[in-house]
Structures are given as structure tokens and as C-alpha cells.
Design a protein around this ligand. Structure first.
Ligand code: IVH
Length: 688
């Protein structure tokens, strides 16, 4: 790829003698575009962020000093511009059509049959299969290689001019990577938001006390249709191309697959999840493959799209009303649906955590019928303002627990009722407590009193990633606890064949299988054993770290807070939780009993004590501009000294480091009484 700019550019590059401003600007643009493409499209960064920023700022200053150098393909346009009063209307040269939907295998077979009937004399058709992205359709017009206009689909005939907003989308090239671009090229595709970016955006919205978005699609739409494009610039939108409108001054590729390959060569982002497949069986295989991987994809899709690959064949097939006969969208079961909240109850987890659960009118979502959906915790119920009687959006993606996303305000009845956290545990009657600072209310009964906690703890103990006792599921544990046959994990290893065989749905054979599985589970690893104990805040990876660090259970049981804090990734909260678990004599007895029952693992040597790092366990928040240090620099120094850097101020924050123009975070720190440092104060701490 050689751009005309680059020529002047190289001469004007570092080391060249006194480049002209125009030459230098051209070089900077080419460089920035090249690095941006490597980063946002190829996912292969070529320079550190800081260096990119330097080049960027230089170009910005140069363009400010020489307004005549401004150009529509300058990366400086990516930061957005002054707000618009309204979007201008754009008439699409070639209308943006919709696409027919299918839901079943039969729909696919019928589609393929119709295609073959129309094309005649073709036994098996080649199809381009791709994802159906759940975002917004957009048309990008490139004239002589430069992005000149971007328009939403609108009603298909006219859309809105969102050019300034689209320029902020980093992966969309402002200039095509070719020496002889077509005079006109309308690239069509989808603008969307990745799931991770959506989660980060909502976390930010929440922190700022602003409305959260319901799903990535709405977030993408809301971000793109911003009259203030500087907001769009902060929203991490993405784009994938999947079609074409007008083309002038270049030959149309022969197939859809060739069109997308051409796009890739021009620097236009195209999703790699695509294939050319043969016949209806090829389509169905593609559908199943993507269906299995749907939840793991970084973005939401609502189906796959099939297009006859050969463009000549596409033309022959033509259109019916507003949809092409050569294409079909094969939809997946919706991951979201609306239904009625009939009641809000609570569930008691293994640590006693009380989770509000919406009892729903049965609804088919994510491929199953859902009647319960988690509301996570009391604050979440308030924040989302979910009431009994509300119509709500329910989401179930992949195998995750169904959750209530939001309520539909227009459909709230006058008698909708607020959820009230019960004061006592519905299972054991012990008081429910919610320590200040914590989001979670808990049953205070502990596993001695509360059967729900016993069941949860036992199920966790036998689970696959813990002791891995095969065949000991919900229903068995339920019966064992309800019949008082077991109370602690150690009791599991005392179970006999007769007692087990007498339970519902058990026979001698299945009972013996459970006993064999229990016997097998006795030989384990220290990491699994620690995880199985169900210490609060100790998940699988923390358990592994603890095992690696201490090597032997006795070392861990005796470890002080300071010693625990030396373990990678363990902060004060986890350390305290581990310490208090082993301070409880009941837990010590449990471990003794398990060892006496024959549970064993290979021991290892404990790791040597390292000198503690000076800022270990301290949480910092940086705000404003520091006099000499960039924020990244300050963060790196803090982390190197063992501290952590967080984005928001809470009571857990140890220090707020404030520079010039510090805003709400400084105010929050003062309100909470968190120590505030300036740059010198931070340096002082780092020296200590
Ligand atoms: S093709 C002539 N391909 O689905 C066919 N559409 O079409 C025009 N969509 O709003 C559309 N992924 O935004 C096509 N791979 C894909 C797509 C796709 C998502 C959207 C598109 C449009 C809707 C219906």
C-alpha cells in the first residue's frame, strides 16, 4: 500500500531537513492512518499509544496553525466537532433494502429451493454466509477514495447524514488504501458496539448517575445519533461491511466473497466469521456452527445471513417488493423478550447471600422457557426500578442465568408494587442483615442453621471444578440435607450404600456410583480443595494462587494478613476473608475431618517471603492534570510499587491524587474524607 501522500511524507519524516508544513501534515496523516488501521482493524498495534498521541497532537497543532491544511481524511476529525442543530437528510442513490427472515430449517430449504428453481439447471448453489450483526445499517460514501458522507438507513430511501459522527469510528478508514480508488463507492455495513465496550459504557453511565443503555444495539444507536459528535467519539463504535450501493469507476467484483475480499484490501473492516458454502446443507451447517459460538462472540448477532455468492446470479434473482430474492436472514432465538413480573421473591445462596428473583409469566427466550430471572441485589432492583406488575425485558444469552434488563415504563400499571427485602430468611428464619458498605443482604444463620446455605455449600463442594464428585446433583443434595443425613462436606464421606439407595430415584447401582465417585474425589489437589471450601471471595484462580504460594494447607491456615497480602492478586478484603475463615474452629474441624476421611493431595514447598511492596493494598484514584507526570506514568509507578489504580472514588479508596482541573472525583474524595495528594505527595509516598 503506497499512498500518494507517503511520497512527500517520507521526505518530510524524521531526520528530513525542514519539511514544509503541508509535507509534514501529509506525513503525519499517513502515519496516523497506518497505525490506526493496524490497531483498530488488524488488531496488531504498531506503536505505543503514547507515541501515537504525540504524532496526533502535532498534527492537531499544525492544522490549527495552518487552517488551509484541513482535510476530510485527517485523523484529527476523529475527535468529533461542534454539535449540530439537526441531521441533514440524505437520499440514497441506491435504496437500502431489508431482508427476508427465516426461523426454521424448513425456511432455509424453501429459500434454497426457490433460488434453484429461478436459476434453473443449477444443482447446488454457492452461498456467501455471514453474521447478522445486531446494530444499525449505514452507508459510507467514498469519492475518489475519501470518505465524504455517511448516512443511516432511515426508511431505506432517505436517511440521516451522520458523517461527523462516523468519522469518530476508529476502524472506519477516512481514505481507502489504494492508489486508484473508484470515483464513487458506497460501502454498506453495520455500526455496532462490542459487548465489552457496552459493559464499560454502562459502568461509566452508572458512575456518572446517568441512564444506562438496555443493550449494545441501543447503545450503538444512541451513540451514533448524537448531535454532539464529541460524545460519539468517546463511545467505541465498530463497523463491519457486508454490501455495496453505487460503484463508479471500477469493475464490480464477480461474487459477494470477492467484494468482501476487495474491501479488506482497501482497508475496510470485514468480519472474519464468513464462509462460502454449498447448498442448503452448507447453510445449515454454518448456522449450527455460529449458533454454538454465538454467546462467545465479542458482539451481539441475531442470526446469520445467506447471500447467493455469484453477483450475476443475484441479478437474475432480483427483488420482490423491498427485499432481495437472493438473500435470507436466518434468525436465532431472540436473547431478549418482554414479559410480566408476577412477583419478586428471594433466593438464598451458599454464602447466605439473598438474591431477589423475579417470578415471571413464562416466556420463551434464548431458546428456553424462562419463569425466574435474577435481579442480582436490592440496589439493582431500585436502580432499574423493577416492580411487581411491571412488564420487563428479560435476557438470556448462552448458558448464563436469565436476568431482568429493564422495565417498560409505558406499560406500568397504577398498582405496581415495590419489592421489600424480607427481614428474615425464608428458609431458616434467621434475621437478614446487610452491613453498610455492602450491596448484598445475607441470611445471618450460617450453614449450621440455614439449610439453603448447607445445600449451596455442599453443591459447591462437589462441583466439577471443586472436588468433582460426579452424579451428586441438586436433587440428591436436597434430599440428603432435608433428611438430615448430612450437614457438612465431611458427612458426605460417611454415607453408606443403604442410606443412599433408599433415596428417591436411587437404586443400588446408582448409589454405588455415587460412592465410587466420592472415593475417587478423595485424591485431589490443594487448589481444588481450597476452592471447594467455599471461602468467600476465593474463586478458582485465587485458590490456585493460594495453593501455589503456600504449598501446604497448614501454611495457609496459619498465614497472617501480611503474608496473605503477598499473594498475587490478593487484596485486603480477600486476605481478611481467608483469615477469618481459618479463625473459625468449625472450619478447622471440618478440614481435620476431611483429612481423616482420606481426602489428600500432593504437598509442595511454600514460596519464600518477598519483601512487601510499599504501596501494597493501597487503592489510588487519579484525577486532573498533574504538573509533570502523565496519568499513565503515575499509574505505572503506583502499580510498580504494589498499589492499584481505580477509576472511581469510594470509601475503599486510599488516596486521590489530584492535579489541575480536578473535578467531581476530588469533590467526592473530600466528601468521603479520603486523603488527597498532589504530585509531590505521591512522589513522597513512592520514595518511602
Ligand atoms: S444485507 C440486500 N447482511 O439486517 C440486503 N444485512 O437487512 C441488505 N444486517 O438493517 C442487507 N447484518 O442492517 C445484510 N450481514 C448482513 C447483515 C445485515 C446485519 C442488518 C441490516 C438491516 C437488517 C435487514
Amino acid at each position: 500500500m503506497v499512498q500518494p501522500d507517503l511520497f512527500t511524507a517520507q521526505q518530510a519524516g524524521p531526520g528530513a531537513a525542514a519539511p514544509t508544513p503541508a509535507g509534514r501534515a501529509a506525513w503525519l496523516r499517513a502515519e496516523l492512518n497506518r497505525h490506526g488501521h493496524a490497531y483498530y482493524v488488524l488488531d496488531q498495534p504498531t506503536i505505543p499509544d503514547a507515541e501515537y498521541d504525540l504524532l496526533f497532537r502535532e498534527l492537531q497543532e499544525l492544522e490549527q496553525a495552518h487552517p488551509e491544511l484541513a482535510s476530510p481524511d485527517s485523523p484529527t476529525r476523529r475527535v468529533g466537532a461542534a454539535p449540530l442543530a439537526q441531521f441533514a437528510q440524505v437520499t440514497h442513490t441506491v435504496p437500502m433494502l431489508s431482508i427476508n427472515n427465516g426461523f426454521s430449517d424448513d425456511d432455509v430449504l424453501a429459500f434454497d429451493r426457490r433460488v434453484r428453481e429461478t436459476l434453473k439447471e443449477i444443482d447446488e448453489v454457492d452461498y456467501a454466509a455471514e453474521l447478522k450483526f445486531d446494530g444499525l445499517a449505514i452507508n459510507l460514501r467514498y469519492e475518489n477514495g475519501v470518505l465524504v458522507r455517511a448516512a443511516t438507513r432511515g426508511d431505506g430511501a432517505t436517511g440521516e447524514d451522520v458523517t461527523v459522527n462516523i468519522r469518530t469510528v476508529r476502524s472506519i478508514c477516512l481514505r481507502l488504501q489504494t492508489d486508484n480508488p473508484p470515483q464513487v463507492l458506497d460501502v454498506r455495513g453495520e455500526v455496532m458496539m462490542y459487548k465489552a465496550d457496552f459493559a464499560r459504557l454502562n459502568a461509566r453511565q452508572r458512575e456518572a448517575g446517568q441512564r444506562e443503555f438496555v443493550n449494545p444495539r441501543n447503545a450503538a444507536a444512541g451513540s451514533l445519533r448524537q448531535l454532539d459528535s464529541r460524545i460519539t467519539a468517546q463511545r467505541s463504535l465498530r463497523f463491519f461491511a457486508y454490501g455495496i450501493g453505487s460503484l463508479e469507476g471500477a469493475e464490480m467484483p464477480a461474487s459477494h466473497a470477492a467484494l468482501l475480499d476487495w474491501y479488506v484490501s482497501l482497508g475496510v473492516p470485514v468480519c472474519a466469521e464468513r464462509a462460502v458454502v454449498r447448498g442448503a446443507q452448507g447453510l445449515l451447517a454454518f448456522y449450527r456452527d455460529i449458533g454454538q459460538r454465538r454467546a462467545a462472540l465479542p458482539w451481539d448477532i441475531d442470526g446469520v445471513v445467506y447471500k447467493v455468492n455469484d453477483l450475476a446470479q443475484q441479478q437474475k434473482l432480483g427483488f420482490v417488493s423491498r427485499a432481495p430474492r437472493f438473500a435470507m436472514a436466518h434468525k436465532f432465538p431472540a436473547e431478549e423478550a418482554t414479559t410480566l413480573v408476577q412477583d419478586i421473591g428471594v433466593q438464598v445462596g451458599r454464602t447466605g447471600a439473598i438474591t431477589p428473583v423475579a417470578r415471571l409469566a413464562p416466556v420463551f427466550v434464548g431458546g428456553v422457557t424462562v419463569t425466574n430471572a435474577t435481579l442480582h441485589n436490592e440496589d439493582e432492583v431500585r436502580r432499574k426500578d423493577i416492580r411487581i406488575g411491571d412488564t420487563v425485558i428479560v435476557r438470556r444469552a448462552g448458558d448464563v442465568i436469565p436476568e431482568v434488563v429493564a422495565h417498560v415504563p409505558e406499560r406500568r400499571p397504577a398498582d405496581a408494587r415495590q419489592f421489600v427485602m424480607p427481614s428474615s430468611c425464608p428458609v431458616c428464619g434467621s434475621p437478614i442483615v446487610r452491613p453498610e458498605e455492602e450491596a448484598i443482604a445475607r441470611c445471618s444463620g450460617g450453614w449450621m442453621k440455614c439449610a439453603a446455605q448447607r445445600k449451596g455449600g455442599l453443591l459447591h463442594f462437589v462441583s466439577r471444578r471443586a472436588m468433582d464428585v460426579e452424579g451428586l446433583g441438586d436433587q440428591l443434595v436436597e434430599q440428603l440435607v432435608d433428611k438430615n443425613l448430612i450437614a457438612t462436606p465431611a458427612d458426605l464421606y460417611k454415607l453408606g450404600l443403604v442410606a443412599l439407595a433408599e433415596l428417591d430415584r436411587m437404586a443400588d447401582k446408582s448409589a454405588q456410583n455415587v460412592l465410587d465417585a466420592l472415593e475417587k474425589s478423595k485424591s485431589t489437589t490443594l487448589a481444588r480443595f481450597i476452592y471447594a471450601l467455599g471461602i468467600r471471595h476465593v474463586g478458582e484462580s485465587t485458590a490456585k494462587e493460594l495453593a501455589r504460594h503456600f504449598g501446604r494447607i497448614d501454611e495457609l491456615m496459619q498465614a497472617s494478613d501480611e503474608r496473605l497480602l503477598q499473594v498475587a492478586d490478593i487484596g485486603p478484603v480477600v486476605a481478611r476473608s481467608v483469615r477469618s475463615f481459618f479463625d473459625d474452629p468449625l472450619n478447622i474441624e471440618l478440614i481435620e475431618q476431611l483429612r481423616a476421611a482420606g481426602v489428600h493431595w500432593p504437598d509442595a514447598e511454600p514460596m519464600a517471603m518477598a519483601a512487601p511492596k510499599p504501596l501494597h493494598g493501597k487503592i489510588f484514584v487519579l484525577t486532573g492534570t498533574l504538573p509533570t507526570m502523565a496519568r499513565d506514568q503515575a499509574a505505572a509507578l503506583i502499580e510498580a510499587a504494589g498499589g492499584k489504580v481505580s477509576g472511581s472514588v469510594s470509601k475503599k479508596t486510599s488516596y486521590v491524587v489530584a492535579g489541575e482541573e480536578a473535578g467531581s472525583k476530588l469533590a467526592k474524595a473530600q466528601e468521603l474524607g479520603v486523603t488527597v495528594l498532589d504530585e509531590d505527595g505521591l512522589k513522597q509516598l513512592l520514595r518511602e
